[in-house]
Design a protein around this ligand. Structure first.
Ligand SMILES: [Zn+2]
Length: 132
């Protein structure tokens, strides 16, 4: 029984190192759920599929969260959309997140906020830009 074609195609997007770690993670998660000997004989396919699906969603949300945090680093400096003055970053305020519904469930979305001292208002450079 050969490996599923699509499965192999998807894995070919990954480097050899990432493929190896991916396979290790799969084995680790499987053992977390069912122990080192795998699912017991009375396990249904639906139960196995449900675990795979939930774990896939968890991985999807983690990737979304990781990447949106990295992406938010691009928006540490921006001009006020009202007056054009440079926004000031407040370290604490700048770490704000809001819940975002993704295809795989809710994640805390990083939404960097800057403050305009002239207008005394906060603005969200990533949001302003995505409205263009
Ligand atoms: Zn302003």
């Amino acid at each position: 029984m050969g490996m599923d074609y699509r499965n192999e195609m998807e894995k070919s997007m990954l480097s050899a190192e990432a493929r190896q770690k991916f396979d290790e993670l799969v084995a680790l998660l499987a053992a977390e759920r069912y122990g080192p000997n795998g699912p017991p004989i009375d396990t249904t396919f639906a139960e196995i599929e449900q675990f795979g699906h939930q774990t896939g969603r968890m991985l999807g949300r983690s990737l979304d969260e990781h990447l949106t945090h990295q992406h938010a680093e691009h928006f540490q400096e921006a001009s006020c959309p009202t007056c054009g003055a440079s926004g000031e970053s407040d370290a604490a305020e700048n770490k704000k997140t809001r819940p975002l519904q993704t295809q795989d469930g809710k994640i805390p979305l990083a939404e960097p906020a800057l403050h305009c001292p002239t207008c005394d208002r906060d603005f969200f450079p990533s949001a302003e830009r995505s409205c263009d």
